[in-house]
Ligand binder design. Structure first.
Ligand code: PRP
Ligand code: MN
Ligand code: MG
Length: 180
């Protein structure tokens, strides 16, 4: 275990199993509409690892596209400011969109994103979030697929960063308080 990690919450095996289950559920739910076009949208940078694994767990044809929006900067707390750093490459009008997010915390990122993407006229839009944090006053976001509920602690790994570090840890763990 990395020296900056106090405790592992989800092991590499836990993550692989749960991502596999979500992929299987999506395969089942979208099989009938797959020929209308499924677009898996990842929110860079945190969700890139989750989306890469999730995409390979879905046994349907799909497109992968990326958006970069940021609300955190390098701090531990959300600034509440959402910026589009990179937009999608493809049109999503008439397509079935699944937004893959690594974590739902305050909910501001997904709230903004769902409003923005819905305005483009997708056939449907759903959220797959690997983690939903038990955050007080979280925005109400309808997530069809949730990997795990997690405690309101500073967690990193499997895409989740602190000041751009720890994204490449293969597990998700709690950062030692003296680090942030
Ligand atoms: C993190 C995380 C989610 C978002 C969740 O992204 O990856 O996208 O915060 O927080 P919220 O529900 O309070 O909006 P961040 O803005 O840190 O950018 P990153 O993905 O590049 O790390
Ligand atoms: Mn993010
Ligand atoms: Mg971040």
């Amino acid at each position: 275990m990395h020296q900056d990690i106090a405790e592992i919450l989800f092991t590499e095996d836990d993550l692989a199993r749960r991502v596999g289950e979500i992929g299987a559920a999506i395969t089942n739910d979208y099989a009938k509409v797959a020929d209308e076009g499924i677009v898996l949208v990842s929110v860079l940078r945190g969700a890139a690892i989750f989306m890469a694994d999730l995409a390979r767990a879905i046994e349907l044809p799909l497109e992968m596209d990326y958006m970069a929006i940021s609300s955190y900067g390098n701090g531990a707390k959300s600034s509440g400011v959402v910026r589009i750093l990179k937009d999608l490459s493809s049109e999503i009008e008439g397509r079935h969109v699944i937004v893959a997010e690594d974590i739902l915390d305050s909910g501001l990122t997904l709230k903004y994103l769902l409003k923005n993407l819905s305005s483009r006229g997708p056939a449907s839009i759903e959220v797959a979030t690997l983690l939903r944090k038990q955050t007080p006053a979280q925005a109400k976001i309808d997530c069809k697929y949730i990997g795990f509920e997690c405690p309101d602690e500073f967690i990193v790994g499997y895409g989740l960063d602190f000041a751009e570090r720890y994204r490449n840890l293969p597990y998700i763990g709690v950062l030692k308080p003296e680090i942030y």
